[in-house]
Design a protein around this ligand. Structure first.
Ligand code: PRP
Ligand code: URA
Length: 210
């Protein structure tokens, strides 16, 4: 069975995604929106975090109130564009650890190469949320997930802002145990491996490098 694909169905996400896609949106606004949409998708991606209860007293009476069980959690951005999503995740889950995985795509084959990987020591015990704004061919996410599995991780989710059907299919085939959370699902990839209609090069737009 394939992992589930959760496509955000929320007017705030749809509205913010439109501003993000617009080529006239400034670097500053683009960066802020990536963070905000990341925060909104995190809300959905953490829906199954386990709860316990604790005893508190409200101004009215005592109660057994729900509280997070404190399960170990790590967010893993794929460098470099994934960095833009970290802040939004941490605003929702402030105690999360952060692991980094550096990856670049070969311009011709579009295949990714890992050049950096620094994880928390106990990463194998943690629930992992890999974050990257774009799931295009799926090569980068596929390699990042494989790298985490090599390090013993067994609970992995993938969060992206925009996905192409080709990328979704690749992850579902290679990693049927991984659920995908995305802000929107687009139409197809063009001959350069860019998502259409897409938003362009996410890294360049976040960091203003073009
Ligand atoms: C972009 C994006 C993903 C990757 C998606 O990164 O942030 O990591 O492409 O494409 P794929 O699904 O076909 O692998 P890029 O390689 O442009 O590097 P950057 O983050 O440094 O801009
Ligand atoms: N990487 C990007 O930044 N944008 C795309 O459309 C595809 C891959």
């Amino acid at each position: 069975m394939s992992g589930k694909v959760h496509i955000m169905d929320h007017p705030l996400v749809a509205h913010k995604m439109t501003i993000l896609r617009d080529k006239n949106t400034s670097v500053k606004d683009f960066r802020d929106l990536v963070s905000e949409i990341g925060m909104l998708i995190t809300y959905e991606a953490t829906r199954d975090l386990p709860l316990t209860t604790k005893h508190i007293e409200t101004p009215i009476c005592p109660m057994e109130a729900p509280t997070l069980k404190g399960k170990k959690f790590a967010v893993v951005p794929i460098l470099r564009a994934g960095l833009g999503l970290v802040d939004g995740v941490l605003r929702m889950v402030p105690a999360a650890r952060v692991g980094h995985i550096g990856m670049f795509r070969d311009e011709e084959t579009l295949e990714p190469h890992v050049y950096f990987c620094k994880m928390p020591k106990d990463v194998a015990e943690r629930d992992i949320l890999i974050v990257d704004p774009m799931l295009a061919t799926g090569g980068s996410a596929d390699a990042a997930i494989a790298e985490m599995k090599k390090r013993g991780c067994t609970h992995i989710k993938l969060m992206v802002l925009l996905a192409a059907p080709e990328g979704i299919q690749r992850i579902q085939e290679a990693h049927p145990d991984v659920d995908i959370y995305c802000g929107a699902l687009d139409d197809h990839l063009n001959e350069h491996g860019y998502i259409v209609p897409g938003l362009g090069d996410a890294g360049d737009r976040i960091f203003g490098t073009k």
